[in-house]
Design a protein around this ligand. Structure first.
Ligand code: F0G
Length: 434
């Protein structure tokens, strides 16, 4: 039977206990599985066989790997057949970064348009197992959209805490459409996170932020699915955006579990990229300190990762240690240009996802990454999540504020501005200039 284990003091607790952090030392909790006979080639063949199955739990890119997920009665599983997201070659992006090849695994192709669905299927399923009827999260947008959808599927009430005026409209519209109660708080994500934790501790609301270890169990299957899609051939490096640091932690745990079970014999280097204005992990990494110092008033146009006090940093650091990983930061200009380039590959993504390409380009230029490396970058959210950002960039109207509060225009270096044309045949032919 899997247990909850504190990553700090190593105390064990049953998975049926409704806790989010260690009751003894407040450390983060992991779901830990027995190292049984389900290993190596046997695991690969069972998981590969399920890809051809007609059952929902086999088709889900999460539950297909259920031997390494919390034990759940099949009838309790709440799935939207998430996962199965494409890996695409991106030749223009590769050239832009100075790599010989590069591929993107696009988690924005999940049911609600972000990777959060992978964690929400396991999170909501655990909520159901514990008998919860209402769930809550703080969010920069995607978690709330995903939780709202899965809660609706499970017949639960959803409460989302979002920073006022700071989330992309696509995400807000989803939470509203899926019937969540939306609380816009005067404050930033870090305030919303602190408050939802306090409220969940004193109420029946079940907390579904990534501090909840059951969320990360779903998200770790990104590693499993990526390996399965690649015929179990390891990449050299996996590049992932860092916000609250749940996803990078989850992916590292996924690869680590595959290694413990002899499915792989080394870890790909987990490489976490942050926005310069919301870079607490990068600062910690550079200063080689033991603890993270929050960045108050974090700022970036990539609102999904506008986070100054990430909850899962100890797990992210563990993943970096396991995998000889690295951390990089990128500017608003670098993010905007990289996003436009990913668009030119016909792929597209939301701004936070584009930190991956921006980071790879920067690391190649500095000589830290070999252009021959086999790199998979994780695109975390769909291009339609934040259309304002994209349109403003192409119209030459994207601006941000720097730390001193000054407004700065982003240079639209790869703009594809639309043309205003008089509605006549002659004007159109002239404008087309064929
Ligand atoms: N990319 C996107 C599109 C996100 O929505 C998030 C996080 C991240 C990257 C960063 O992942 O937090 O696990 O390091 N969004 C959260 C939310 C915070 O509320 O939707 P992380």
């Amino acid at each position: 039977m899997p247990v909850l284990r504190c990553i700090n003091c190593q105390s064990d607790f049953p998975t049926s206990q409704r806790i989010y952090v260690c009751p003894k030392c407040a450390g983060l909790l992991d779901v830990v599985y027995e190292l049984n006979k389900f290993q190596g080639e046997q695991a690969v063949s069972v998981w590969d066989r399920r890809r051809a199955s007609a059952e929902s739990i086999d088709q889900s890119g999460v539950w297909r790997f259920r031997e390494l997920l919390p034990e759940t009665d099949e009838s309790e599983i709440v799935t939207m057949i998430e996962g199965n997201t494409q890996i695409w070659d991106a030749p223009r992006s590769a050239e832009y970064a100075g790599m010989n090849r590069l591929s993107f695994k696009h988690l924005g192709m999940n049911p609600t348009g972000s990777f959060k669905d992978l964690g929400m299927t396991t999170g909501i399923t655990q909520a159901k197992r514990l008998g919860a009827t209402s769930v809550a999260c703080a969010s920069t947008g995607n978690t709330s959209a995903s939780m709202a959808a899965y809660a609706a599927r499970a017949g639960m009430k959803a409460f989302v805490f979002i920073p006022s005026g700071q989330i992309a409209l696509g995400k807000l519209s989803q939470a509203l459409d899926y019937g969540a109660v939306v609380l816009q708080l005067e404050g930033d994500f870090d305030d919303a996170m602190r408050l939802v934790r306090e409220v969940a501790d004193e109420s029946p609301l079940y907390l579904l932020n990534s501090v909840n270890p059951f969320r990360l169990e779903g998200q770790k299957t990104i590693a499993f699915e990526m390996m399965q899609q690649r015929g179990w051939q390891l990449p050299d490096r996996v590049v992932v955006p860092g916000g609250n640091l749940g996803n990078s932690s989850a992916i590292a745990k996924g690869f680590h579990e595959l290694m413990e079970r002899g499915v792989i014999n080394r870890m790909p280097r987990i490489t976490i990229i942050q926005a310069e204005g919301a870079n607490p992990l990068y600062r910690m990494w550079e200063a080689r300190t033991e603890t993270l110092t929050p960045v108050p008033g974090a700022t970036t146009l990539a609102t999904a990762i506008k986070i100054g006090n990430p909850v899962s940093w100890p797990k992210a650091m563990r993943g970096l240690r396991w995998s000889a990983g690295e951390v990089e930061q990128v500017t608003e200009q670098e993010i905007a240009d990289a996003k436009a380039m990913i668009g030119r590959d016909g792929i597209g993504c939301e701004p936070a996802s584009a930190v991956t390409l921006a980071g790879i380009k920067k690391m190649i230029a500095a000589g830290g990454v070999n252009p021959d490396e086999d790199v998979v970058a994780i695109l975390t959210g769909h291009v339609l999540k934040d259309p304002d950002y994209t349109v403003n960039y192409h119209a030459g109207m994207l601006s941000c504020t720097n730390k001193s509060g000054e407004k700065m225009l982003i240079e639209s270096r790869y703009a594809n501005a639309f043309m205003r044309v008089h509605a006549s045949r002659d004007a159109i032919l002239k404008a087309l200039d064929l």
